[in-house]
Design a protein around this ligand. Structure first.
Ligand code: NAD
Length: 499
């Protein structure tokens, strides 16, 4: 299929794809695939006002009925999975199976949220006063802005939107300026679900297109009490304080610098498979990509040799081909940043294997690279920095305590894992004195999280949680209720106030 046929199959029309100022390029071959219209800054106030208006109606719709809209969204996503997955591949450069996997993640979170719509539970609490009852009630909070990154162009929107809708909150989505087409195609699917639902308020789910300036309008407005922002730590450092300064609620999902500790007892063959998938999958462009390998000195050389062999056979190329495992980077600037990081690593004493630009056997115009392994003498500044590319830094360790200290000694705190068959080591890694990350795994890699758990990380990753578990509470306001069914008015803490 041509680029245009892929976009048309996902429901995008000539009017959607032409006549605008924002040029969209496919990372596959660098071709310009659309010029989309950006949202006019002057329209932002009315978009947010529409969301506020929708909120007034939606918050009164019973949560299980709100769940029905998300159930329909899940149905429509199932029907459009192949078409949307192909646009993810075209616009973000993911290999076909990962493009489809991203849509599957959208379907999964819809299923989760439908169940949640009948499980928005509050506690009943014992009161210290006779004839009194205490309880917690969860109420909708208001419009939720969802600002997303290029590398999960649709899944992150669905994590937020499925929960926000069930929780009673309208959504305004600002996708990455690098991936507006996946967002527009997702909105077509959402619109089909809304039509079948019938009586959802107008403006319940809106899309705005553009760069940081469009995002800033949402960040700065009191009409948007929740701002869920996914992207770089640099972006979060700007957005988080602004939302907090106007008493909004930021949910920040920022950069990671994820590590794997490989202990002497580890099943090395399994570790190699996990390392290759998590370091090289999505061309190293997942927030949870494996970036640091902390291997016990007794097995490090053996492990690096096994990895170098596996890396040598990795098919790099057109992400649409079923045999490809490593697709392109998002653009040439990303490739340049990768090359600069590798040069920097060398200047810090690192030995680099691979990492070269690939130009033969790949579509011309895209930024294709060999994934790199960089053996480092210690954890240098380059290693402590997230470079969004397939670079795996390798360091040695002697004691588990030392390995955990290295693992935690970075500014980010998203995902982490240990490969070990030793129960004491595994439990120490998961303990209060172990990994300081939001995600910590045993005998699986750091990437590829399921939607059932809360997703997010600590430190400069931002502290936000999305997706499963009780992450829904971030989209609601908690109200504590005390009900007096006695004929007395006793005060708490035994306070007397008689008059
Ligand atoms: P980015 O920070 O360049 O952009 C992310 C989004 O923020 C875009 O929509 C962008 O337009 C918007 N933005 C930028 N500045 C803004 C501002 N001042 N105000 C409002 N909006 C603004 O990130 P990217 O290059 O698209 O994505 C890669 C980064 O995202 C990596 O650091 C990666 O680790 C991170 N990421 C994190 C998670 C997570 O869940 N923790 C998930 C995916 C990606």
């Amino acid at each position: 299929m041509t680029h245009d046929e892929i976009l048309k199959a996902a429901g995008l029309t000539n009017a959607d794809l032409t006549g605008g100022t924002l040029a969209v390029h496919s990372p596959i071959d660098g071709a310009e695939i659309a010029k989309v219209r950006e949202t006019d800054a002057a329209d932002m106030a009315s978009i947010m006002a529409r969301a506020q208006q929708a909120f007034k109606a939606w918050r009164q719709v019973p949560a299980p009925r709100r769940g029905e809209l998300v159930r329909l969204l899940g149905e429509e996503l199932r029907a459009a999975k192949d078409e949307l997955g192909a646009v993810v591949t075209l616009e973000a450069g993911k290999i076909t199976s990962e493009g489809l996997g991203e849509v599957q993640e959208m379907i999964d979170i819809c299923d989760f949220a439908v169940g949640l719509s009948r499980q928005i539970y509050g506690l009943t609490i014992a009161s210290e006063r006779p004839g009194h009852r205490m309880m917690e009630t969860w109420h909708p909070l208001g419009p939720c802005a969802v600002i997303t990154a290029f590398n999960f162009p649709v899944a992150v929107w669905s994590w937020n939107t499925a929960l926000a809708l069930v929780c009673g909150d309208p959504v305004i989505w600002k996708p990455s300026e690098k991936t507006p087409l996946t967002a527009m195609a997702s909105m077509k699917i959402m619109e089909r679900a809304l039509k079948r639902f019938g009586d959802a308020p107008e403006g319940l789910v809106q899309l705005v297109i553009g760069g940081p300036a469009v995002g800033e309008a949402l960040v700065n407005s009191k009409d948007v009490p929740i701002v869920s922002a996914t992207g770089s730590t640099r972006m979060g450092g700007i957005v988080g304080p602004k939302v907090s300064a106007r008493w909004g609620r930021p949910i920040l999902e920022l950069g990671g610098n994820n590590a794997m500790i490989v202990a002497p007892s580890a099943d090395l063959d399994m570790a190699v498979r996990a390392i290759v998938f998590s370091a090289v999958g999505t061309a190293g462009q997942r927030c949870t990509s494996l970036r640091r390998l902390i291997a016990h000195n007794s097995i490090k050389d053996d492990l690096v040799a096994k990895l170098a062999k596996a890396y040598a056979s990795l098919p790099v190329g057109d992400p649409r081909k079923s045999t490809t495992l490593v697709g392109p980077l998002i653009d040439h600037a990303a490739r340049d940043r990768m090359q600069a990081a590798l040069e920097q690593a060398k200047s810090e004493g690192g030995t680099v294997h691979g990492g070269k630009t690939v130009t033969s056997g790949v579509p011309q115009g895209g930024a294709y690279v060999e994934p790199a392994i960089a053996e480092m003498p210690k954890q240098t500044e380059t290693v402590r920095t997230e470079t969004f590319a397939p670079i795996l830094y390798v360091m040695g360790y002697e004691t588990l305590e030392e390995a955990i200290a290295i693992q935690n000694d970075v500014p980010q705190g998203l995902s982490s894992c240990i490969f070990t068959l030793n129960l004491r080591e595994a439990e120490a890694f998961l303990s209060a004195a172990g990994s300081d990350c939001g995600i910590a795994n045993v005998n699986i890699g750091p990437s590829g999280a399921e939607i059932g758990g809360a997703f997010g990380g600590e430190k400069e990753t931002g502290g936000g949680r999305e997706s499963g578990s009780d992450a829904w509470k971030g989209y609601m306001r908690r109200q504590t209720n005390t009900i007096n069914y006695s004929a007395q008015l006793p005060l708490a803490q035994g306070v007397k106030f008689d008059f």
